[in-house]
Design a protein around this ligand. Structure first.
Ligand code: T5A
Ligand code: NA
Length: 238
């Protein structure tokens, strides 16, 4: 039995994920490929509304609680994802579990101390949530066949429209998130030495600091291979 591929677009805030996922969807539709666009967080569900007010800082939640809500928001869609793929609908997804891990694991507590012998202060940062704890709630979700990671420097992202409106859009946070994504990408690649797109094992980095059309052309070159091929492997699990 064949099925459609599950393609995830990840990246830093303002890297152009929403712009690029809609360009990609339009391209797939022009090619006559049945496609569903998804986005996490999905702010339309009851859980999604809690996430939305947290991101806009109109509510406060414990770090563990918001992390679990982001994951639950994906689990709400898990069976729909599997059904669509098995029916032959290609899924393009704007953020997924990798964002969930990278952002939560990048939250830190900063303590500053001023040594008595000096006038300068030392800052120490400690993660609020362990990396492995952050990973656990998403284990078992449908795994993407391809992850395209839109990479942009926090300096470039800051110059783009709307930056800084939501909770995590601060340069120090974004720099830690970028490192966490790098770790997730390295792990994904290491677990698939062949680099073949199957069961969430392919992670490609795309330089998102370029012109829109250059970015979309590179993304299409990767996606075309997958959507025009035949997938016989079952849907993987994270
Ligand atoms: N989060 C998310 C978690 O903490 N845990 C989770 O589990 C999940 C799923 C909201 C936040 O939630 C966090 C991560 C986020 O901090 P979101 O709703 O996806 O996640 O919001 P953002 O990532 O902030 O999405 P944005 O919409 O801000 O950024 P995009 O989609 O990457 O960028 P886009 O396409 O909207 O473009 C941003 C701006 O840049 C311009 C666009 O016109 C727009 O103004 N632009 C370009 N400019 C120049 N050159 C290009 N190539 C450009 N491409 C786009
Ligand atoms: Na977005």
């Amino acid at each position: 039995m064949t099925r459609a591929p599950f393609i995830v677009i990840e990246g830093l805030d303002r890297s152009g994920k929403t712009t690029q996922t809609s360009l990609l969807q339009a391209r797939l539709e022009r090619e006559g490929i049945s496609t569903k666009l998804m986005k996490f967080p999905d702010r339309t569900t009851t859980i999604g509304q809690m996430i939305d007010s947290y991101l806009k800082s109109t509510s406060e939640l414990d770090d563990h609680v918001i992390h679990l809500l982001f994951s639950a928001n994906r689990w709400e869609m898990a069976s729909t994802i599997e059904t669509l793929l098995n029916e032959g609908t290609t899924i393009i997804c704007d953020r997924y579990a990798f964002s969930g891990i990278a952002f939560s694991a990048s939250k830190v507590t900063t303590t500053t101390t001023t040594p008595s012998s000096s006038s300068s202060t030392d800052a120490t940062t400690v993660p609020k949530l362990p990396f492995e704890w952050c990973r656990a709630p998403d284990v078992g979700l449908p795994a993407p066949d391809l992850v395209l990671f839109l990479d942009i420097s926090p300096e470039q992202a800051r110059l783009r429209g709307g930056y800084g409106e939501e909770r995590y859009e601060k340069e120090e946070m974004q720099a830690r998130v970028r490192q966490a994504f790098k770790r997730l990408g390295d792990e994904t690649r290491t677990s698939s030495p062949t680099g073949v797109a199957a069961s969430g094992k392919q992670w490609l980095v795309v330089d998102a600091g370029r012109e829109r059309d250059e970015v979309s052309a590179e993304m299409w070159s990767h996606v075309e291979l997958l959507v025009k091929g035949t997938l016989t492997s079952p849907i993987g699990k994270l």
